[in-house]
Design a protein around this ligand. Structure first.
Ligand SMILES: [Zn+2]
Length: 324
């Protein structure tokens, strides 16, 4: 079950810590099947209250989680994906010709202009491939930074969660976007996709995303990577270089997570994660994800929350007002 529940807890935070945090969250929610990106408005609010109750005044996630407007100035990603912030963020409009922003009450549709452009372009490209439109999950906060719930990355406005649920034909009301559950495309065992829900267009969409310029990597559930490898393996003549950017990670069974690399014009942006190793990542490296060690990791001690002062100095300067 752990594999179905962990969402977007990427490099910089160990799995063990993620498990402990997740356990706390699940106790709070009393809902063992609630995955983080799945939380509706009431569940999200309860989780935020629980986190806020135990955070110091200068906890970075408390401070950046309170931002309602972007920091002025030109777009600038500062720091790292798991310890950073964003100036000059742009908000993805709630509706576009080929997308709808989900969970609007979270106010997390902010990102680097390059990320917003990437999503708009992918939405249009997906429509041409038979994907009816993107349901866009969390991108980032108005000033980036750590979030009260759900992610350890997404801090520089370069990460975005895109639902694996096809967009419905109708425009959803804001309340519907806060309540609607995403489809889990992974089988209960965690070993494979759910053939009832997985479509050929899922692969086309993810492949199209991997071909977009500037993409550093894309995180998907290991079972999804396994399926993508299988499908690509049936097309021996094709170029499968894109599979290298598709990285298995826990969770990511309701959405896939796209990450752009540091923009060339943002000198304080640092990507500490090495590029994916050569090859398609479909061999032994992928097999590990289906071992008991990977599927049932040992919990470890919880890490102290980041303080504003732990972030780069420019992030402290653009943080909303806060206590000591
Ligand atoms: Zn994510």
């Amino acid at each position: 079950m752990v594999t179905n529940l962990l969402k977007c807890r990427l490099s910089g935070e160990t799995l063990a810590r993620a498990v402990v945090r997740l356990a706390i969250l699940l106790i709070v929610l009393g809902n063992a099947r609630a995955a983080l990106s799945q939380q509706n408005a009431a569940e999200e609010a309860a989780a935020r209250r629980a986190v806020l109750a135990r955070l110091p005044p200068d906890a970075a996630k408390r401070v950046f989680g309170s931002a309602t407007t972007p920091a002025p100035g030109p777009a600038d990603a500062i720091g790292t994906f798991t310890k950073g912030c964003l100036a000059g963020a742009v908000e993805l409009p709630a509706d576009g010709p080929n997308w709808q922003v989900m969970r609007p009450s979270r106010n997390r549709a902010w990102g680097h202009p390059l990320t917003i452009g990437f999503i708009e372009k992918l939405a249009a490209a997906g429509a041409g491939l038979g994907w009816p439109g993107l349901l866009v999950g969390d991108i980032g906060q108005p000033r980036g930074g750590p979030m009260l719930t759900g992610h350890s990355s997404h801090q520089m406005g370069l990460d975005a969660d895109l639902w694996l649920t096809p967009m419905p034909e109708q425009r959803l009301a804001p309340a519907e976007r806060d309540e609607m559950r995403a489809a889990d495309v992974v089988a209960e065992s965690g070993d494979d996709i759910d053939p009832q829900r997985w479509r050929p267009e899922h692969r086309k969409l993810i492949e199209a995303a991997a071909h977009e310029p500037g993409v550093d990597r894309i995180f998907v559930n290991p079972a999804i990577k396994r399926e993508l490898c299988r499908e690509a393996g049936r097309e021996a003549a094709a170029d499968h270089g894109w599979l290298r950017l598709i990285r298995p990670w826990w969770g990511h069974n309701y959405h896939f997570h796209t990450r752009l690399g540091c923009p060339g014009g943002d000198p304080e942006c640092h990507n500490p994660v090495p590029p994916p190793p050569p090859g398609d990542g479909c061999g032994k490296e992928l097999d590990w994800w289906f071992t008991p060690e990977a599927k049932h990791p040992e919990p470890g001690p919880e890490r102290k929350p980041l303080r504003v002062a732990d972030l780069p100095a420019r992030c402290a300067a653009l943080a909303p007002p806060h206590g000591p």
